[in-house]
Design a protein around this ligand. Structure first.
Ligand SMILES: Cc1cc2nc3c(=O)[nH]c(=O)nc-3n(C[C@H](O)[C@H](O)[C@H](O)COP(=O)(O)OP(=O)(O)OC[C@H]3O[C@@H](n4cnc5c(N)ncnc54)[C@H](O)[C@@H]3O)c2cc1C
Length: 637
């Protein structure tokens, strides 16, 4: 190591500790994943559920299908592989929603508030809203202004949930015969059981949210009528229209939108599909479409022996190479296991039709590259390298777009961008018409379900402040509580990641509703949960007690502690000012500091155990809103 080595240091203040909890920080609704995972590790499954449910009205659904940005951010990745956060969330929510009949809704929300007394990292706004919804132990039915929500997808449901808790009266208008948007009519049942969706919606309805199905705004009722009847209106219509490319033959008979097939299958009205299906796209939706179609074939075959001769082929053709495909690895692996034939690196050129206009085949150009040197989407093709796949059906799965045909922008006073999207204030999600708000995929583009939920929750706060002039923004402060008996599971740092178990292929193909992914047993869940590095627990150093003996540095198994001269530290303004203050008159060359590489700390507590003078304590970090009178702030160096 060079004698000139310098160390960039940050001050360990409340925002530093908060941002160190990577999973929670990455979650758009701020779920305390670390909190529920540690509760599972301790066998406290009810607390795990309440922690997961607190900020998220669709927690059990996220346990099945969330894109899980928390898992991507998990710090255990620095040691080996991230904790299986989503699968653990499924485990945490499993017993308290459908299986056991769950909690009675007001009991559930009351319990969420109570549970935060333990080690709360629930957002203070959520707590304020929940607390306001209760008087002693009673949930108030909403009596306030009426709010219309157009669309019952996750964004609309989350907005309705929080608006009702805040005392406003939301009504959701949904064009489909069943609520839940893409959760019910996009995501296949083999990934997301429908009784789970129904159970979550029952809780939302119980809070006072009215849901009216078979009501298309723009057809059964006009947008203008909706606005006149409500104090505020939320547009939550998602992106339902399948995108396609205007290549020759794109209007042929047998060319369909992938999401239209998913919807038809979900409503038990599958269209007759032929023997050879080409799906164009390389993302998760393309796999949902391919795997749904292949199951449909399996069902037809088992129902009608005569059809067994015509075994259906499903070809998934993507621009991207296998390594570049945006679909999750698990989709690629499971799709492959189920018989989806993958054709990476092909760009559609033409759909060939017979004299009657029916699809006969699709020809593709070989892709040379998909992205340019700046990582921008700019596909290049070899026009002479053509592959043709015979097919009777072509399904597009290259993205979706919103249908805003119910709007009359000029008359409604709603500004659109040049590309036809609604112009919104990014914080309030308010359109140019002050009473009209926009959420979810239609506001931010096609994204993850958890982003749509977060958008719905944010808009509920915006509408509350628009109608009531009162904001829920609560001042938060960090708090550390010493853990007197902090101990980790034996060899937790060596435990290998356990993915959730899955059904064998033969079992999966029996029907659309056969779950592919299973849940952990209690023991498996506790093992996987034991891998969590518990980033919400910190090593707090008391510089007034420290002897600088170096015992903590010697004992650290990850080598993340160092004692260095303060003169070797590089700090920005605020951190430098704290260093100067702590050094006082002592020249920086003569002062020492213990510094820690947070990325590698596994919270094993060996340093605290070794310290001869008790200068290091393991402490749980939480943040609180201002309605908690007590506030403890501790300086750490
Ligand atoms: C096939 C598929 C699979 C997906 N898988 C995942 C996944 O595994 N994990 C994940 O995190 N995300 C996934 N997503 C993305 C996720 O489903 C969406 O981001 C999310 O559903 C968007 O929520 P939303 O409420 O904005 O819109 P939507 O869920 O699309 O809901 C919009 C609702 O508005 C209704 N509506 C539209 N127009 C009108 C009108 N004029 N009048 C009345 N009602 C109207 C629609 O019928 C619909 O019910 C998937 C998406 C698709 C298409």
């Amino acid at each position: 190591m060079s004698i000139l080595q310098r160390y960039k240091v940050d001050l360990a203040n409340a925002s530093y500790f908060r941002e160190s909890i990577k999973c929670q920080n990455a979650c758009p609704v701020g779920t305390d994943a670390c909190g529920y995972i540690r509760a599972i590790a301790h066998g406290d499954f009810e607390r795990a559920y309440l922690t997961a449910r607190g900020p998220n009205p669709l927690a059990s659904i996220c346990g099945r299908v969330c894109g899980a940005p928390c898992e991507v951010a998990c710090r255990r990745r620095n040691i080996d592989q991230p904790v299986s956060v989503r699968a653990l969330k499924r485990f945490a929510t499993e017993d308290f929603t459908v299986k056991s009949g769950g909690f009675e809704p007001s009991e559930l929300l009351r319990n969420v508030i109570d549970s935060t007394k333990w080690r709360s990292r629930l957002s203070s706004e959520d707590l304020a809203i929940l607390a306001e919804a209760f008087d002693n132990r009673e949930l108030h039915p909403p009596t306030g202004e009426k709010v219309a929500i157009i669309g019952s997808g996750p964004a609309g449901l989350a907005a309705g949930h929080d608006l009702a808790l805040m005392g406003l009266r939301p009504t959701i208008y949904e064009l489909e015969p069943i609520p839940a948007g893409m959760l019910a009519l996009g995501i296949p049942e083999y990934r997301l059981p429908r009784d789970l969706i129904k159970a979550e919606i029952e809780v939302i309805k119980h809070l006072g949210v009215e849901i009216i199905c078979n009501m298309e705004v723009g057809k059964d009722i006009s947008f203008d009528e909706i606005r006149k009847a409500h104090a505020a209106t939320v547009i939550a219509v998602g992106a339902k229209r399948s995108r396609n490319l205007s290549i020759p033959g794109h209007n042929g008979i047998g060319v369909l939108g992938g999401v239209d097939i998913l919807r038809a299958v979900a409503l038990n009205q599958p269209p007759p599909l032929s023997n050879r299906v080409v799906v164009i796209g390389g993302g998760n939706v393309a796999f949902d479409v391919s795997r749904t179609v292949i199951r449909q074939a399996g069902m037809d075959v088992s129902r009608t022996a005569l059809r067994a001769a015509g075994v259906r082929e499903v070809h998934l053709c993507s621009l991207e190479s296998l390594e570049e495909m945006p679909a999750d690895d698990v989709e690629i692996i499971e799709g492959n296991e189920e018989g989806v034939k993958l054709h990476p690196g092909l760009g559609p050129k033409e759909i060939h039709l017979d004299d009657g206009g029916h699809v006969q085949a699709v020809s593709f150009k070989r892709v040379l590259s998909v992205f340019d040197e700046n990582g921008r989407f700019a596909p290049k093709f070899d026009e002479n390298d053509i592959t043709t796949i015979e097919a009777d059906t072509v399904l597009w799965a290259i993205g979706q777009q919103a249908d805003l045909s119910f709007l009359n922008p000029e008359k409604d006073g709603i500004k659109l961008t040049e590309r036809g999207a609604i112009v919104i204030d990014p914080v309030m999600q308010q359109s140019s018409a002050p009473d009209v708000f926009v959420v979810g995929d239609v506001a931010h583009g096609v994204g993850l379900m958890i982003e749509a939920i977060a958008s719905g929750k944010r808009v509920a706060r915006s509408i509350h402040s628009f109608l009531r002039g009162a904001e829920f923004v609560a001042e938060t402060s960090g708090r550390h509580a010493p853990l007197s008996r902090f101990a980790r599971e034996k060899d937790y740092e060596k435990l290998k990641r356990r993915s959730a178990p899955s059904a064998p292929v033969e079992e999966r193909m029996i029907g659309q509703n056969i779950e592919v992914e299973k849940t952990y047993s209690h023991q498996e869940a506790r093992w996987e949960a034991a891998r969590c590095l518990d980033c919400g627990v910190n090593t707090i150093f008391d510089s007034s007690k420290c002897l600088l003996c170096g015992g903590c540095v010697d004992v650290c198994p990850e080598g993340c502690l160092k004692i260095v001269s303060v003169s070797k530290l590089v700090a920005d303004g605020e951190t430098q000012a704290v260093l100067d203050r702590l050094c006082g008159d002592t020249p920086h060359e003569q002062a020492s500091a213990i510094i820690k590489d947070e990325a590698r700390c596994i919270r094993c507590a060996h340093c605290a155990d070794r310290c001869p003078v008790g200068a290091i304590t393991m402490e749980a970090f939480s943040f609180e809103g201002k309605w908690h009178a007590e506030r403890i702030e501790r300086a750490t160096v």
